[in-house]
Each structure stands twice: as C-alpha cells, then as structure tokens.
Design a protein around this ligand. Structure first.
Ligand SMILES: CC(C)(COP(=O)(O)OP(=O)(O)OC[C@H]1O[C@@H](n2cnc3c(N)ncnc32)[C@H](O)[C@@H]1OP(=O)(O)O)[C@@H](O)C(=O)NCCC(=O)NCCS
Length: 160
C-alpha cells in the first residue's frame, strides 16, 4: 500500500532522498550528497517548504517537494512550486508519481493557493494530469518548460 508522508515523519527515508537527487541531478547541478543534505536542511528549517516521501510497505519509493520559491530568476513572482519529483527506478510505472503530484496539489490547495507551478524537461508526464506548459526558463544552461495547474478550491460550507 502507498503511504505519503512528510520526510520529518520518516527520517529513515533521508538517505534514499539524497541518493535519488544525486542520481538524477548530480551531473547537471554538480551537487554531491553533502550539497543535497544542505538543501534538505534548508527545507527542514523553512516555515512552509516540505518534502513528501512515498512509501510502499514502509520502503521509500519516491519523493516530491513543495517549495515557496524554486529559485528561478526569471520566474521569482510565481509561487508555490512542485519540485524534485523522483520515483525510484524499482517502483516506476505503478502510479507513484501520479500519487505524489496529487498529494502536493491537495496540500497547496488546503493551504489556500489557487495555482501550482513546476519546471520540467518532460512535460508529457504532467499533461494528462491537467497541467499546461506556458513558458520556458533557463536552468543549468538548458531551456526547460514552466508548467502550471489551476487548482480546485476546497468547498466552503454554506450558511443559510
Ligand atoms: C517521471 C517519473 C517521476 C515517473 O514516475 P512513475 O511513478 O513511473 O510515473 P506514474 O506511474 O505515476 O505515471 C504517471 C504518468 O506519467 C507518464 N510517464 C511516466 N514516465 C514518463 C516519461 N519519462 N515520459 C513521459 N511520460 C511519462 C505515465 O505514462 C503516466 O501517464 P498516464 O497515466 O497518462 O499513462 C519517473 O520516471 C522518474 O523519477 N524519472 C526521473 C526524474 C524525472 O524525470 N522527474 C520528473 C520530471 S522533473
């Protein structure tokens, strides 16, 4: 069964989060394990940023981050961001990315945000989930898509 929890509640998943980040983005960013640990510590200390981990039978299977600021100079005015979506290769094609995206969407909706943004080189992953690509941005010397999703607001109980 899939369970999605904040990293602070499942500290045993921390090494896996760092391994995934190094494997996927180490080459492009030049970030090694110590650099990713600094980034995780920054998120731990941030009042709203959050790292969510997907667990299958308590085994870390993937992660997605919710960041107030993605650090892209050209798009500083946009917030919040879905970031660092990675599913462990052993757990792919089982709907885990889809579940993580839905979890972050719900989290920011409950926080009152009406839109969520992300950067990606693979927009196809998000199109079927209602996301649209509306711009591009330079990231690590490459042009990536900037995507957004309009979020349904939670229904407010009507008073007579
Ligand atoms: C992309 C990634 C997160 C998908 O994880 P996953 O758990 O296997 O994905 P899911 O099983 O939830 O599939 C979600 C949807 O994305 C599609 N998809 C998955 N990988 C894809 C890819 N590489 N390219 C295009 N579409 C893809 C699936 O077909 C599915 O769409 P559908 O429901 O319309 O068929 C995973 O392959 C990964 O971690 N890749 C490396 C990091 C990365 O690229 N992150 C995302 C971009 S920033």
């Amino acid at each position: 069964m899939i369970n999605i929890l904040p990293l602070s509640r499942v500290p045993h998943a921390r090494p896996a989060c760092i391994d995934w980040a190094v494997a996927e983005w180490g080459a492009a960013t030049g970030f090694g394990p110590a650099d990713w640990e600094v980034e995780l510590a920054r998120i731990d200390a941030h009042p709203t940023d959050e790292i969510f981990v997907a667990l299958i039978d308590d085994q870390p299977a993937g992660m997605a981050w919710m960041l107030e600021n993605e650090g892209i100079e050209t798009h500083q005015h946009l917030t919040p961001w879905l970031s660092s979506l990675i599913v462990d290769p052993a757990f792919r094609d089982q709907g885990i990315a889809r579940a993580l995206i839905a979890h972050v969407e719900k989290y920011v909706t409950n926080g009152g945000d009406e839109r969520l943004y992300l950067l990606t080189e693979t927009p196809a992953v998000y199109f079927s989930l209602g996301w649209e690509a509306f711009d591009t941005a330079p990231v690590n010397g490459r042009s990536v898509f900037v995507m957004r999703k309009a979020l349904a607001q939670p229904r407010v109980a009507q008073t007579a």
